[in-house]
Ligand binder design. Sequence first.
Ligand SMILES: Cc1ncc(COP(=O)(O)O)c(C=O)c1O
Length: 396
Amino acid sequence: MADHPFDAIRLEELRARKSAKWAYYDADVLPAWVAEMDYPLAEPISRALHDAIDRHDAGYAFAGGLGEAFATWAHETWQWQVAPRDVHLVADVVTGITELLRVATEPGDAVVIDPPVYPPFASTVRATGRTLLEAPLVRSGAGFAMDLDAVKAAYEKGARVHVLCSPHNPAGFVLDRDTLVALGDLAERYGVLVLSDEIHAPLTLPGAVHTPLPMASEAAASRAIVLTSASKSWNLAGLKAATMVGCGEEPRRVLARLPVETPFHAGHMGVIGACAAFREGGAWLAQTIAILDRNRHLLTDLLAAHLPGARYVPPQASYLAWIDLRELGLGDDPAAAMLEHGRVALSPGPSFGAGGAGYARLNIATTRALLEEAVARMAAGARAAKARSPARHPFG
Ligand SMILES: Cc1ncc(COP(=O)(O)O)c(C=O)c1O
């Protein structure tokens, strides 16, 4: 598999970063956990941020051209017609989910999630005093899929909101249009508002097609608010600017109930970065998709060579590999054993909720050399952990 210009990034440069991915663990740990990428910022974004500093422009965020920039980009990318006035600024996607739950539901109302899923979904529902209803994913072939029967059952129990992850983190699948149409029909029939977290959608990889939920059908559009951001796909998570888009009557009514100060909690640099990303970040995004596509297949080869007990289906979007390590015999949390004995930090499977035991999530948005190093450390960690664990059957 060919080299990519981003493969030239050196470990020392990354270790100089002060963001959570690189600063959280001791320097002997290779971090492959939180969803940050190791790639350089897109040049148009870097230039826009430097220009802002040069003009001493560090005041409060103003959504300004963000609606227009997002709408133009969404139309070019997905042929999704969005009116700029339907694009609302919020600090980040998780804050958007929290604020929307507050205005769309009452304490105690039921909210559906599809575990194993991005951990803040469950913690946000709990923190807002709402009741969690789970519609766990089902195994489909070697991977996972949404269980529409479980979703229907949860809606029948009186769910008010469904927090959907599309594309799915950590399972890595892109929801097909038929599933989204069925979901929209269910949401309409049971009066459920779907908060569709599409933060990973701009990084949909070759072979898959992402459909923004409101594009699936009129029913879906009438029940959906899409939460998205340039932060994951252009690696701007610390700058704090995300968008919430609602095109139907009810979604617009919910968005209109948000506190007026909501957009002011966003970051000014985040808005500047997001506008540059949507307007001029296409070439960089294509370059990033190329290395992620390479890495997801490289990981298949690396696991086969070094950790043959691992089971993995390459993600259809983004850069998070959901790896089934149950055969390795490292218990519910193989990431803990790999951190302790291999000095590599993955995200623990159990933190993603039901269905996560025995799994770990590996961030593959790195160079070839560091991906090879991560798998080598996982394998060494697994071996060392096994060697240290007491034999379960001394006579067997
Ligand atoms: C599915 C999903 N939603 C939201 C986020 C976090 O987004 P934000 O920083 O905008 O809250 C992440 C981060 O990894 C994610 O994977």
